[in-house]
Design a binder for this molecule. Structure first.
Ligand SMILES: [Ca+2]
Ligand SMILES: [Ca+2]
Ligand SMILES: [Ca+2]
Length: 536
């Protein structure tokens, strides 16, 4: 840290007694008054100005164009049209405290004055404020996540959490993304190899989360959150997302948030990245260590309940713990708000939705842009635009909880967002839209949140052969859950404390099984599935 220079006053005192009288420090001088530009009437003299303003009110009065001197002569008119008489213009510097508006009005009223007005200053062409177009921040009644409300709650701007965006490229030089320029913003996975064509994508995602709250451009939903980015591609190994996840998770703390902004083709179209086994294991590792993972649901218009993805998504493995995000329609864009957009993946594994269209943020440039670093769009879309909206809602909730001395677990936070969200429209499942007002208010009030049990999908077993299935359920309070089941195949039982069904089926047939998980409050959560036991 640099030493603060001595003030003039202190320096003069140190020079010793007998030094010359101190000049008035600049800071103590009066603020300058306003400037009025006056154009006198033809033939009138400056004495007219003195009819309105006396010497105490005027600091200085000079001809406005006097400084040009002989150069004005070079601007000889070439036509016959009358030219302005520039000599009639004067610049009046008012003393501090003089009412410029009143002075200009009185001057204008004089017959000797043609026009008089207070000089205003022009400004650089700066980016307009587009925050009014960020409808996703609006209250739930307008199909937003109500970050507007969250900003009024201690911690609600995200100050207590970090958010890491995992993808291919960003523009850290963007005028509205100063946080990407902070030391440590890049959490590098190896030597980054940024994909040039992806620069707008990461710029748009990070803008939704953390664009500067500075009066121009856009404002991030959690503008006080730590904003970081991790490259999915590196010089050493090429595409390396699984390592990106673990690198980012290790660089942040328990209770922080990762966003996976990538998708991969599986079962014929785009799917969430966790269908890739190494990515799944990386996600599970991150979530089990208390990091929250938000994962784009993918733009494949596929049901994740399709058996191609396994009896349950993905590949019949347990729920990874990531929050999988679907893309819902935005109000005033293409359809009924909060319905599945045509391209969005859907199904029971999709937890919550965000706006998948008409998202105003940094990057691209169709809304505004004079150069590479001041581009904005009003049309960011896909599960790519939905995910940072959900991640921001999550970060805000987590940060409010931290402000109250509590670190929410990934399961707990996911359940709160689901339980308090604004229900979706339409029947193809993309989950509710987070509603921060309800989530935060209920959390702060110590509300009871429900448990939720996942459907394990259609099961098969063979008579006489050992079978096992772990039922998964979660609770917004992290309450201890008790499991029970009806309709199990003969020979199978469920462990009340763990939800593990096990045993050896003794009779073939098709069984309709209903499992329940209860947190002891209200009614239990139930799900029903078919279990077919075949003969060996
Ligand atoms: Ca801004
Ligand atoms: Ca509960
Ligand atoms: Ca319950």
């Amino acid at each position: 840290m640099r030493k603060k220079p001595l003030s003039l006053l202190a320096a003069a005192l140190l020079a010793g007694a007998g030094a010359a009288a101190l000049p008035v420090p600049a800071a103590a001088a009066a603020q300058p008054g306003a400037v009025i530009e006056v154009k006198l009437s033809s033939g009138a003299g400056v004495a007219a100005v003195r009819q309105v303003l006396d010497d105490r009110e005027i600091t200085r009065m000079t001809p406005l164009f006097a400084g040009l001197g002989d150069r004005l002569a070079k601007l000889r008119p070439v036509g016959t049209r009358a030219v302005p008489d520039l000599a009639r213009w004067h610049r009046v510097q008012l003393a501090a405290g003089v009412d410029a508006e009143a002075a200009a009005r009185e001057l204008t009223a004089l017959p000797e004055v043609e026009v008089a007005y207070q000089r205003t200053e022009g400004s650089d062409a700066v980016t307009p404020d587009f925050s009014g177009q960020q409808g996703y921040s609006d209250p739930a009644s307008s199909s937003g996540i109500d970050a507007d409300y969250a900003r009024t709650v201690t911690g609600g701007k995200g100050a207590n959490v970090k958010v890491v965006d995992l993808e291919r490229n960003w523009n850290p030089q963007h005028e509205d993304l100063s946080k990407l320029r902070l030391p440590g913003a890049l959490i590098a996975n190896g030597t980054p190899n940024f994909t040039p064509t992806s620069i707008d994508h990461g710029t748009a995602v990070t803008g939704v989360v953390g664009a500067d709250d500075n009066g121009f451009g856009v404002t991030g939903l959690v503008p006080e959150a730590g904003l970081h980015y991790t490259n999915a591609v590196n010089m050493e190994y090429g595409y390396d997302l699984a390592n990106s996840i673990l690198t980012a998770a290790a660089a942040v703390d328990v209770g922080d948030v990762l966003i996976i902004e990538q998708q991969v083709v599986h079962c014929g179209n785009h799917a969430p990245m966790e269908v890739w086994d190494s990515v799944y294991d990386a996600i599970v590792t991150a979530v089990q260590s208390g990091r929250h993972v938000v994962e784009a649901g993918g733009n494949g218009n596929q049901s994740l309940d399709n058996p191609c993805f396994g009896a349950r998504f993905p590949a019949d493995k347990p729920d990874s713990g990531a929050i999988i995000v679907g893309a819902g329609s935005a109000p005033g864009c293409t359809g009924t708000p909060r319905t599945k957009l045509s391209f969005s993946n859907y199904g029971s594994r999709v937890d919550v939705q965000g706006w998948g269209e008409c998202v105003t943020t940094t990057g691209y440039g169709a809304l505004y842009g004079t150069g590479a670093n001041d581009k904005y769009t009003a049309g960011f879309n896909g599960t790519s635009s939905a995910s940072p909206i959900v991640a921001s809602a999550l970060a805000s909730l987590l940060s409010v909880a931290e402000a109250n001395g509590q670190t929410l677990s990934p399961a707990q936070a996911r359940e709160i967002l689901i339980a308090t969200g604004t229900p979706q429209n339409g029947t193809l499942e993309i989950g509710p839209l987070p509603n921060l007002r309800t989530a935060i208010d209920h959390y702060l009030a110590g509300a009871e949140f429900p448990e939720r049990v996942a459907n394990p999908g259609t099961r098969t077993a063979v008579r006489g052969q050992v079978a096992s299935l772990a039922i998964q359920a979660w609770d917004g309070n992290d309450d201890t859950l008790t499991y029970s089941a009806t309709g199990l195949p003969w020979g199978l039982t469920i462990a009340p404390a763990t939800g593990v069904i096990s045993g050896t089926p003794t009779a073939s047939g098709t069984y309709t099984v209903t499992v329940s998980a209860s947190d002891g409050a209200g009614s239990p959560s139930q799900t029903t599935f078919t279990w077919t036991v075949s003969n060996p």
